[in-house]
Design a protein around this ligand. Sequence first.
Ligand SMILES: [Zn+2]
Length: 504
Amino acid sequence: MRIGYAGFQHESNSFAHVPASLDKWKEAGILYGDAIRAEYETSQATIAGYYQRLRDEPEVELVPLVFARLTPSGQMTHEATEFLFREILESISTNGPWDAIFLPLHGAAVSDLYRDADGELVRQVRNLVGPDVIIATSLDMHANVSEKIVKYSDVVTAYQTNPHIDPDKQAFMAADMVLRTYRGEIRPSMFMAAPPLSVNILSQGTSDEPMASILRLAETARAIPGILYVGVVEGYPYSDVEEMGMTFIAITDDNPDLAKAVANEVASLSWQLREELQGGAVAIDVALKEASEATAFPIVLFDVGDNIGAGTPGDSTFILHAARKLGISEITQALCDPEIVVLCQELGVGSHISASVGGKADSMHGEPFDIEGKVIALVDGRYEEPKASHGGFRFYDDGKSALVKTEDGFTLLLTTLPAMSSSLEQFRSVGIDPVLQKIMVVKGVHSPRPAYEPIAAKMIWLATPGASSADLSTFVYKHRRIPMYPFEEETVWAPSETNEERLT
Ligand SMILES: [Zn+2]
């Protein structure tokens, strides 16, 4: 049995202004062949799950073709989309024939060429390989799953944890279903329910209620005889696409009615809980005061509006400015500013620095923050996280970075690339122990939790402005469904009416 895998992963924020250009993809690295295996086989990312399931199947040849992932940002450019599609389709075409294709995608990629970039790729792959090759599509839990993805795949799976600590487990199940399908043991029949429901990013934590209850129901349903898979997909509210919203996938062994009933049951529970799925955040000043008056540390402040994992530039300065105004300065955080990293390198370790940092990439993320301080360390920005982290990734690269301490008490790790707060190693690699810090600002909503929850005395989510603001009423959508909850509060949905139209 020959299985090839190829894909790209991008979460595109339609409201962020820095596009996912081809240059950015190439900078991040487009991997081919064995280089993909070397990078991911020992990780806990999706691709690792394929190997975990298939490595002891001597008759299966698993062939890495091409793979790229890029930190979330604005939409993918026309050029980048064309390039990635061509690389993926050509590699599938020239290295076949195949019995199955794995597509490790994200599910919330929006491009200037195709609004539903993931769905379009699945469609084109299906066209290329024909109806008999088994296609398994693996998605992030933030996927906005389109009809196309479901229609042209045999099985679709998605992470079931947020923060994402199970990509390999879900891919393992996908690989298992593909293998059993190939051996004639099962015939997957899939149904997706897609109520017009958007979940606030602050209500997407899978260990928090009410999301935890929804996932428990899905988990219980997995035990029903004939059910192969049940997936809850939270969706990504910052992609302005028709399919934006929550989806519920059920896969059965050749039982379309059961798939429909189970997907609709989990969707119905979520619809009942829709009000509770719209979380709120704390005002910046209120959170800063609470942090400064705390008696146990570190207090971890989540910059919700500059959630790098949701496609923002990582250089927002609203919290820094507010803190200085309030006379609070014992704050440690990473901040993207490639220009000032270069300046720090020119000045050298131990030098005095006078500069304006952050607030440059996108007018939505605040004004530059003036500092007088000292360059403490210069590093290459690479570090390794051996423990389970968001997305299961192991190797991190923030680009060349500089640690600066300001005269008024801020500790800033200036990075060349937008640096997610997924690993404590980010700070340890510059000699800072996060455990000993007073207030830490992390840029994210869920992704920092596996790293920071174990050490935080308290975590607070802040209502910061920006391209990933928790307040969705600040965005003008052009493509989402209307009506849709919570935008149109009176939205009505019943499973029997909606789903038959969406999927047949
Ligand atoms: Zn995600």
